[in-house]
Design a protein around this ligand. Structure first.
Ligand code: CS2
Ligand code: MG
Length: 408
């Protein structure tokens, strides 16, 4: 069996999805997602210029060898751009594998460990009353878990995932006015003084059963993160996400020394080497690495297995930048993983997106029921794709009150 061709498509309704389609001499094709938020043209170029020419003629069933060929063969290893490109290839080869076996991918991983995978929605508010209304809407829709982000009084600009106006949706963080980013201002002191009480108010209002998550988005220093994690212990968060940048994996020891609040990290990672210390030293409770920029199913499944040895559960990234293709790959891993935790799932699916990516996966009552169709269980309509093209966009940069460049 041989790969005969592959095509890359960039674009989609309100998103620059990067979709890879790999064709074979047996007519079976596979789909992959290489969408790297706000840098979409780069994995696309890497695929077109270097990787696809090296795919032609290879046996698509040899997904492990092909992954090693690209990862090791590049010499300069890893990084989000390359791993997103490898990730798309790997997803597409697994899609082909499932179609050849006439089995959904979760069956090839080891079958189902559960019926239904719990997801969490993104509640947000320009202020606390607005946030409460947002949480109430998701509870009403049957969600069992909700991430909560709230505008901080006195903050000079809106913050990450905070709506411009009450009732707004804060997740469209990409500004399509161009690639020059806008600036948000961040004041840690105001955040530290306000957010623990806001989270406690959400718990008081909605009771003990709803799972509450919060994303700090890399903005605290390790000591501040330890103080914050300790302060919110009474809230009983399901997780506190990205409390501090995790390049310094050892810095997370400080949080563990001061708090039992569960920690989730990993959406910006693209290799097992980004998180092996966090996992092996049990400094986190959830690993957030995404199948796309984690290099595909093949390497991410290894990370899930390593995490399982150390009581770390999965909590795959699922922001709006993920196409239904990589979300489908994650749905299959979620169905199989014995150490599944939760899936981030932003129901930003619109009729246009559903037309572009016909999917057999079903989300209802805060749970995803994985598709039983062979392969990924999602398709790609090239006629629909022809309606879209790349649109320049960026998300903000962040500065402190004195102008210091900070973590977005
Ligand atoms: C966020 C991401 O969903 C999340 O947890 O951290 O949406 C993140 O802001 C974007 O992926 C950045 O491009
Ligand atoms: Mg996050």
């Amino acid at each position: 069996m041989k790969i005969t061709d592959a095509k890359v498509f960039v674009g989609g309704p309100g998103k620059n999805y990067v979709t890879l389609k790999i064709m074979t001499d047996q007519g079976v094709y596979g789909l992959g997602d290489a969408t790297l938020n706000n840098r979409e043209t780069l994995p696309a170029a890497y695929l077109r210029d270097y990787l696809i020419p090296n795919l032609i003629g290879k046996d698509p069933r040899n997904s492990e060898e092909i992954w090693q060929f690209f990862y090791r063969g590049a010499y300069f290893r890893g990084g989000p751009i390359a791993m997103a490109a490898y990730g798309a290839i790997d997803m597409a080869l697994w899609d082909i594998k499932g179609k050849l076996a006439n089995m959904p991918l979760y069956q090839l991983f080891g079958g189902k460990s559960r019926d239904g995978a719990m997801v969490y929605a993104h509640a947000t508010g320009a202020d606390l009353p607005d946030l409460m209304d947002s949480v109430a809407r998701y509870v009403e829709q049957g969600y069992k878990a909700v991430r909560v982000q709230c505008g901080v009084p006195g903050m000079p600009t809106k913050g990450y995932a905070i709506p411009e106006t009450k009732g707004g949706q804060g997740d469209f963080i990409t500004d399509f006015s161009g690639i020059i980013p806008k600036t948000e201002i961040w004041d840690t002191d105001r955040y530290m003084r306000f957010m623990p009480d806001a989270l406690a108010d959400v718990r008081d209002r909605f009771g003990p059963d709803i799972k509450i998550l919060h994303d700090v988005h890399h903005r605290l220093l390790p000591r501040e993160a330890a103080e914050f994690a300790k302060a919110v212990e009474p809230v009983g968060l399901y997780w506190l996400e990205d409390p501090t940048p995790a390049e310094d994996q050892n810095a997370l020891k400080l949080i563990r020394q001061h708090s039992t609040t569960p920690i989730a990290i990993g959406e910006v990672f693209n290799s097992i080497w980004d998180c092996n210390t966090l996992i092996e030293h049990e400094l986190i409770d959830f690993i957030r690495i995404a199948v796309t920029y984690g290099g595909g199913i093949t390497p991410v499944k290894r990370i899930v297995d390593l995490a399982g040895l150390h009581h770390v559960r999965t909590g795959f990234h699922g922001a709006p930048s993920h196409s239904p293709i990589s979300m489908a790959a994650q749905h299959h891993l979620n169905a199989w993983a014995p150490n599944f935790g939760i899936q981030e799932y932003l129901v930003l699916g619109t009729p246009d997106c559903d037309a572009l990516f016909p999917s057999e996966h079903v989300m209802e009552n805060g749970m995803v029921n994985v598709s039983d169709a062979p392969g990924l269980g999602v398709d790609f309509d090239e006629t629909e794709a022809a309606k879209y093209e790349y649109a320049e966009g960026s998300h903000p940069i962040v500065r402190l009150l004195d102008g210091t460049l900070w973590n977005y």
